[in-house]
Design a binder for this molecule. Structure first.
Ligand code: PEP
Length: 241
């Protein structure tokens, strides 16, 4: 039985006051694993205040050294993170991140015992051209071939056209793609295929979460905009109960 996940991705939003509000919030205990992806500078404060479980939104591909402005996996861990998001479409687009770089980031996280939330998803152009399957394979195959996917891996399927647009994928479409990702895992990482949690991301809100979550291969959500208010994110967690 896979434990569902509700993961917040604050992106470059929030402040110390929001960290405090989230730490004070009475989160439902239940069976849903709540993960809070915060800007790195807020992680140690959140950890001090008892907000768990914490995730970085990115990590350096290097262990340490002359890489100004970067944050290592060891630093994320020391600050209190237990996960890191890598490969978010905004990183892929804004910073040209590709699978080769993401494999290096993944290795850094693994070396520190941090769990990976690996984001994939087709662009609008690929969606319009019916190339979703090709996009998923392009992003999944290299990490599978590198032997990085393990039972702790979390895949976040986020169609880029649904991120921040208010146009979520339909429940049927999301389940169809998640089913294909599960089949790919069964083919190439058979030992862990039924343990890997596959999250959907893209305009998840309290009012569409329950319908999306009904898909048998939809193990939870990665939530951007609707994770910036504790009450709203809490309602998404509640919709998964
Ligand atoms: C995201 O950034 O991962 C995301 C899914 O954003 P939103 O929920 O705002 O679409």
């Amino acid at each position: 039985m896979r434990k569902p996940i509700a993961a917040a991705n604050w992106k470059m939003n929030g402040d110390f006051a929001l960290v405090e509000a989230f730490a004070k919030h009475a989160w439902p205990q239940g069976n849903v694993e709540k993960i809070f992806g915060l800007p790195a500078i807020y992680i140690s404060k959140a950890h001090e205040l008892g907000l768990e479980i914490l995730a970085g939104e990115d990590v350096s591909a290097h262990a340490s050294g002359a890489h100004t402005g970067e944050i290592s996996a060891a630093m994320l861990k020391e600050a209190g993170a237990r996960y890191a998001i890598i490969g978010h479409s905004e990183r892929r687009t804004d910073h040209g991140e590709n699978e080769a770089l993401l494999i290096e980031k993944w290795k850094q996280l693994k070396a520190q015992g941090l769990k990976v939330i690996y984001c994939i998803g087709e662009s609008l152009q690929e969606y319009d051209a019916g190339q979703c399957d090709a996009a998923v394979l392009r992003q999944m195959n290299p990490v599978l071939e590198a032997g990085l996917v393990d039972a702790d891996t979390v895949i976040a399927y986020e169609p880029v056209w649904a991120i921040g647009t208010g146009k979520a994928a339909t429940a049927a479409y999301a389940q169809e793609v998640h089913g294909k990702i599960r089949a790919l895992l069964r083919d190439k990482a058979a030992g862990v295929a039924d343990k890997v949690r596959i999250l959907y991301g893209g305009s998840v809100k309290p009012d569409n979460a329950a319908e999306l979550f009904a898909g048998e291969d939809i193990d939870g959500f990665l939530v951007g905009g609707a994770s910036l208010q504790a009450d709203t994110f809490d309602k998404i967690v509640g919709a998964m109960a």
